[in-house]
Design a protein. Structure first.
Ligand code: XIL
Length: 299
C-alpha cells in the first residue's frame, strides 16, 4: 500500500494523526495529512479550555475547522477529550461539588451534541489514574469533589447523548502489563463491563522513550481486548523514532484482533509537543524518516 492509512485499512484498521487547526493552512503539512492519514484527533481544539472557556460559553470553531477538513478528505475523527484535569479552565476547578457535577454533565452534553454524528470515538475521560504504585484515581477537581463515581457518571452521560459514538477511556503509562496503573485501569474496565457501564474502548497513549514499548505491550492489549473493548494506540510518539521501536509498537497492535487502529501525535518532528526529541515519522521538511518505512512494512 502507498500510504499509512491504506496499509492499515488492509487489515480493517485506521492510521491517524493529531492535527492542529492552525497548521491546516501549511500546504506541506496538509499534503502529508491527506495523503497518509484516515483518522484525525484534534491536538487541543476539543479540550475544555478551548470549548467552554467560561461557564456556558461554548466555542466549537477550532474543532469545527478540523471536522470540516476531515469530512472534505474522507477522514474519520476521534474526539479528545471531554473530562480531563489538564487544559481545564480555572472556573471549573472553583465550583462546588453540585455545581461541578452539573457543569460536567452540561459540558459533555453540549460538546457531544455539537459534534454528534461526526465522531468515531470519544475520549470521554482522560488520564484519571495516578502514576506510581497506588493503582487508584489521581487527585483532580472531579475526583476530589465528585468521588470515585465521576468516571462512571461521565460514561453514562456520554452514552445517553450520542449512542453511536464509541466511548473510550484514555491514559498514558498503562502499556506495561504489571504496572499498578495498568492494573487499576484494567480493574475499572472489568468492573464497568460486569455492571454494564457503557465503555467501548481503551486508548493507550503510547508516549514512549527511545527504547519503545514495554515487552508486555501486546499482552496488555490482548488482556484488555478480552474484557470486550476495542483497544487503540492514541498518541504514539517515540523519542528518536528508531525503526525497530516503531515496528515493535505496530506489531503489538496488528497481532491483536481488537486493536482498531493507531494514531501518531503529530506529523513532522517540528509539529511535535516533545521539542527536540524527533519522535515522529516525518522530518521537519516533511520527508518520511526510516521509521515511516518500518511502520508501513509492519502494517
Ligand atoms: C498535548 C498537546 O500536544 C500540546 O500541544 C499541549 O500543549 C498539551 O497537550 N496527553 C494527552 C494530550 O492526552 O492531549 C496531550 O497533548 C499530550 C499528553
Amino acid at each position: 500500500a502507498g500510504s499509512l492509512g491504506a496499509a492499515a485499512a488492509q487489515s480493517g484498521r485506521y492510521f491517524g494523526t493529531a492535527v492542529a487547526a492552525g497548521r491546516l493552512g501549511d500546504s506541506t503539512y496538509s499534503t502529508i495529512l491527506d495523503r497518509e492519514f484516515n483518522m484525525i484527533t484534534p491536538e487541543n481544539e476539543m479540550k475544555w479550555d478551548t470549548t467552554e472557556p467560561s461557564r456556558g460559553n461554548f466555542n466549537f470553531g477550532p474543532g469545527d475547522q478540523i471536522v470540516n477538513h476531515a469530512a472534505a478528505h474522507g477522514q474519520k475523527m476521534r474526539g479528545h477529550t471531554l473530562v480531563w484535569h489538564n487544559q481545564l479552565p480555572g472556573w471549573v476547578s472553583g465550583l462546588s461539588a453540585s455545581d461541578l457535577q452539573s457543569a460536567m454533565d452540561n459540558h459533555i452534553t453540549q460538546e457531544m451534541t455539537h459534534f454528534k454524528g461526526k465522531i468515531y470515538a470519544w475520549d470521554v475521560v482522560n488520564e484519571a489514574f495516578a502514576d506510581g504504585g497506588s493503582g487508584q484515581h489521581r487527585s483532580s477537581p472531579f475526583q476530589d469533589k465528585l468521588g470515585n463515581g465521576f468516571i462512571e457518571h461521565a460514561f453514562r452521560t456520554a452514552r445517553s447523548v450520542d449512542p453511536s459514538a464509541k466511548l473510550c477511556y484514555n491514559d498514558y503509562n498503562i502499556e506495561n502489563w504489571t504496572d499498578a496503573k495498568t492494573q487499576g485501569v484494567y480493574n475499572m474496565v472489568k468492573d464497568f463491563k460486569a455492571r454494564s457501564v457503557p465503555i467501548d474502548c481503551v486508548g493507550f497513549q503510547s508516549h514512549f522513550g527511545a527504547g519503545g514499548p514495554p515487552s508486555s505491550f501486546q499482552t496488555t492489549l490482548t488482556n484488555f481486548a478480552a474484557l470486550g473493548v476495542d483497544v487503540q494506540l492514541t498518541e504514539l510518539d517515540i523519542a528518536q523514532a528508531s525503526s525497530s521501536a516503531y515496528a515493535s509498537t505496530v506489531n503489538a497492535c496488528v497481532h491483536v484482533t481488537r486493536c482498531a487502529g493507531i494514531t501518531v501525535w503529530g506529523i513532522r518532528d517540528s509539529d511535535s509537543w516533545r521539542t527536540g526529541e524527533n519522535p515522529l515519522l516525518f522530518d521537519n521538511n516533511g520527508n518520511p524518516k526510516a521509521a515511516y518505512t518500518s511502520v508501513l512494512n509492519a502494517l
